[in-house]
Design a protein around this ligand. Structure first.
Ligand code: ATP
Length: 326
């Protein structure tokens, strides 16, 4: 069971500015009063009642805490402390100040495959470590890959957000709908292509890409997980670890198509803002509805807890924490 303190977090930490927000709460800068060390606090709203759909189930928060406690690795966000009050759980975690990896890359004029591999290697080391503990992240996406300090010559990768992560048990099959649908395009044909593993390296985007990089991608886009490269196998693939001088030279000559990358990143950011505005508007309308009713109105109680889930949401807002396993 996760060690969760019942004291008031504010007795130990001074709460500062908002650093980011997710579906279940905010992440804020916090200052440890005793040591004057800066950390980040992830404030997670707890579900008020079993029937409510707002907030997180306590067991889901406990799972995130337990997983973070078991993952002490240079490329995984470290957990320092956990506090619980009636309404929320606060995770005190290491402060990651370098922003998202993709934003850092998008600011660059060029990026060779060799430079990209430096980042990828660190992601693979973090993921490989998780897998040695039988932990699957289930939500690896650009937003969850951050940099410890982007001003360093070789910035350090930190993997964040273990809200959907699961510790898998030997011999048990895990089935879940978890993930961020923003990256699961809801266009029917795209979905068919994903299920059927139908893809091609389009000329427009892949002219500057090395054959080794394409081989690496092909070995990951394999439906059967047994046949798919593991994180450790990825680390010894010749694209990541070249065997010959020629392979190494190819990597440094090949580069990332920055025009497409910047376009992709801008579109991703736009979608994220759209979803945030949509969610805020929805909550605002709900508050208005609640205020216009009497407190005795049973629907008012419903609207405080559940109603926001009754309307159709854009795909990216249906991110859920499911614990279904079979
Ligand atoms: P989501 O619903 O998007 O998965 P979440 O509620 O699980 O989010 P996180 O993804 O963990 O929350 O954090 C939300 C945002 O807060 C991140 O995208 C990031 O910008 C910021 N953030 C998270 N952890 C840290 C940290 N340790 N240091 C600095 N900023 C952070």
């Amino acid at each position: 069971m996760a060690q969760i303190k019942l004291q008031n977090v504010e007795d130990y930490y001074e709460i500062g500015e908002v650093l980011g927000s997710g579906h279940f709460g905010q992440v804020r800068a916090v200052l440890e009063r005793a040591s004057k060390v800066h950390w980040a606090g992830k404030f997670l709203k707890l579900r008020r009642s079993a029937s409510s759909r707002l907030g997180l189930e306590r067991k889901s928060v406990e799972r995130e805490v337990e997983i973070l406690q078991s993952l002490q690795h240079a490329n995984v966000m470290a957990l320092r402390d956990v506090f619980e009050s009636r309404a929320e759980v606060v995770l005190i975690v290491e402060l990651i100040s370098g922003g998202e990896l993709f934003d850092f890359i998008a600011e660059k004029e060029s990026l060779s495959e060799e430079e990209a591999i430096e980042f990828l290697k660190q992601i693979l080391m973090g993921v490989g470590f998780m897998h040695t503990k039988n932990i699957a992240h289930f939500d690896l996406k650009p937003e969850n890959i951050m940099l410890a300090d982007k001003t360093m010559p070789h910035p350090h990768i930190k993997i964040i957000d273990f809200g959907l992560a699961h510790c898998l048990k030997q011999g048990e099959e895990y089935r879940s709908l978890s993930g961020t649908p923003q990256y699961i395009d809801n266009d029917e044909e795209t979905l068919k292509n994903i299920v059927g593993m139908i893809y091609e390296f389009e000329e427009n985007y892949f002219t500057q890409t090395s054959t080794m990089a394409k081989d690496f991608i092909e070995k990951l886009l394999v439906k059967d997980p047994i046949e798919r490269m593991t994180a450790d196998e990825c680390l010894v693939h010749p694209w990541i670890k070249p065997l010959t001088r020629k392979q190494a030279d190819n990597r440094s000559r090949s580069s990332i198509n920055m025009k497409s990358f910047k376009k992709f990143n801008a579109k991703r950011k736009w979608k994220m803002s759209y979803n945030m505005v949509w969610a805020c508007n929805r909550l605002f309308r709900l508050q208005l509805q609640c205020k216009s009713r009497s407190p005795e109105d049973p629907e008012l109680r419903q609207c405080e807890s559940d109603q926001e889930d009754t309307e159709t949401k854009p795909a990216s807002l249906i991110r859920r924490r499911l614990s279904s396993s079979s």
